[in-house]
Design a protein around this ligand. Structure first.
Ligand SMILES: NC(=O)c1ccc[n+]([C@@H]2O[C@H](COP(=O)([O-])OP(=O)(O)OC[C@H]3O[C@@H](n4cnc5c(N)ncnc54)[C@H](O)[C@@H]3O)[C@@H](O)[C@H]2O)c1
Length: 248
């Protein structure tokens, strides 16, 4: 039996990067997984490669109707949903706070913050029907501390918001056996990070005591733990995974 046997999980932003890794490892651990993304080609190909316990649904997390459609189609195929991994996210434009265009600010917040709210609002009723569930919201170390080198008030603000919404939901829905935790990755080796570290000229490595970027699977191990019953008394907390980058 896998660590996620009996789980039905929605994973957003599952076409590449950490979401892709979460989808693969969740299926390996026995979950039925609903992969969603705006990248249909990669998302569908990944779901096809994972077999009958995976399905892909086109989904922009900023669309409320999109969320309702994901839940409807996902429940029809796999039954009530008891795990939600709100992983989809964007960095957006790097600009200092007085130069960032309002549209660029809202673009990031709509995906990183509003998308997480919509997801929890739409999926929690399915968890209530299921008798409980676990929500894993992907924030960032930028949800713990401000950025020095690359100012990004929209990213930092939205990732702090994810951390706060996580605690609110943990408190509100704990009595119904619904747990909610946030993950705060440091520098993880994904397409998003490749772009960001190029922009920083590779300086990030010198700030990481473990001396390397993480493999996405190392974050998936944390997501599996939080999604599984192994973490049955852990809720409302931040889980930083950053190679000790923010420890000093
Ligand atoms: N890579 C890192 O080092 C790092 C560090 C901290 C936090 N994070 C967070 O982890 C999460 C995953 O990051 P990643 O590095 O795997 O990113 P990535 O860019 O490699 O993958 C993100 C995925 O989200 C999808 N996506 C983008 N906008 C979407 C939308 N509106 N609706 C649905 N899907 C959408 C993309 O198509 C892509 O498949 C993000 O929330 C990110 O902010 C990443």
């Amino acid at each position: 039996m896998g660590r996620l046997s009996g789980k039905v999980a929605i994973i957003t932003g599952a076409a590449q990067g950490m979401g892709e890794s979460h989808a693969k490892t969740f299926v390996e651990e026995g979950a039925k997984v609903i992969l969603t993304d705006i990248n249909d080609t990669a998302g569908q190909a990944l779901a096809d490669s994972l077999g009958e316990n995976a399905m892909f649904i086109h989904h922009d997390v900023t669309s409320y109707e999109g969320w309702q459609n994901v839940l409807r189609e996902g429940e029809a195929r796999f039954g009530t949903v008891n795990v939600l991994v709100n992983n989809a996210g964007v960095i957006g434009k790097l600009a200092n706070t007085i130069e960032l265009e309002p549209d660029d600010y809202h673009f990031v917040c709509n995906i990183n913050q509003t998308g997480v709210f919509y997801g929890m609002q739409v999926v929690i009723p399915s968890m209530q029907k299921a008798g409980g569930g676990s929500i894993v919201n992907v924030s960032s170390i930028a949800g713990m501390l401000a950025n020095y080198g690359s100012p990004n008030i929209a990213y930092v603000g939205s990732k702090f918001a994810v951390r706060g919404m996580t605690k609110q939901v943990a408190v509100e829905f704990g009595p119904q056996n619904i747990r909610c935790n946030s993950i705060h990755p440091g520098y993880i080796n994904t397409p998003m990070m490749a772009a960001a570290t190029d922009a920083e000229g590779g300086e990030a490595l010198s700030m990481i005591p473990l001396g390397r970027l993480a493999d996405p699977r190392e974050v998936s191990n944390l997501a599996i733990f939080l999604a599984s019953d192994e973490s049955s008394y852990i809720s409302g907390m931040e889980h930083v995974i950053d190679g000790a980058m923010t420890a000093g």
